[in-house]
Design a protein around this ligand. Sequence first.
Ligand SMILES: Nc1nc2c(ncn2[C@@H]2O[C@H](COP(=O)(O)OP(=O)(O)OP(=O)(O)O)[C@@H](O)[C@H]2O)c(=O)[nH]1
Ligand SMILES: [Mg+2]
Length: 189
Amino acid sequence: MRMRPHNCQRDYKILMLGLDSSGKTTILYKLYSKPLVRLIPNTAFNIEALHTPQGEHLTIWDISGQSRVNWQFYVHGNIALVFVVDSTDYGRVSEAKEALWWIFEGHKEEMKGTLMVLVYANKQDQPNAMTVDEIKDELDVENLPRGRNGRHRRWHVQGASALMDVGLWEGVDWLCAQIKDTRNPRLQS
Ligand SMILES: Nc1nc2c(ncn2[C@@H]2O[C@H](COP(=O)(O)OP(=O)(O)OP(=O)(O)O)[C@@H](O)[C@H]2O)c(=O)[nH]1
Ligand SMILES: [Mg+2]
């Protein structure tokens, strides 16, 4: 059975980035290929809004990885970054790391409110895929710069196969749990 986010109650903007061909659009398509789906396609990006039966609302912006320069136009105002990696692409994993770090280091002001990083280690259906731990180490996710007021950014590397529809909702559910935590006054800093 699919896991669905069950604890998001407001509108949240979420940015999905990653190198070209990592699987972003496939992930988006799989996540929203349900009766709840509302699709707003565009040439450079896709936006999908999910309304769950409980009234939760996530808006995910899927930006093409082909021209990374364009990413700068979308980095502002996202509560979370979803970064997608092709786990089979050993030749470009260092480029993926460089891209991930550039998002944060090159856009400190715009990204300061982005408190969560969900990495999809995608294409796990392939036998030669790097593991979740390998992707975590290759991207050095643990050491990403801190957010607003030096606040620790929460991160999670989720093994996934967009093709087989595996791991995607687990990632979304993690995001929703983190978003819920940010509303918890005890955890505000
Ligand atoms: N084996 C496998 N292939 C996948 C998976 N996810 C995506 N693909 C394939 O990877 C290719 C690229 O997928 P896209 O979703 O178009 O990649 P993208 O990240 O949106 O690429 P850009 O829009 O160019 O930035 C397609 O041929 C997909 O079928 C997966 O989990 N496993
Ligand atoms: Mg795409």
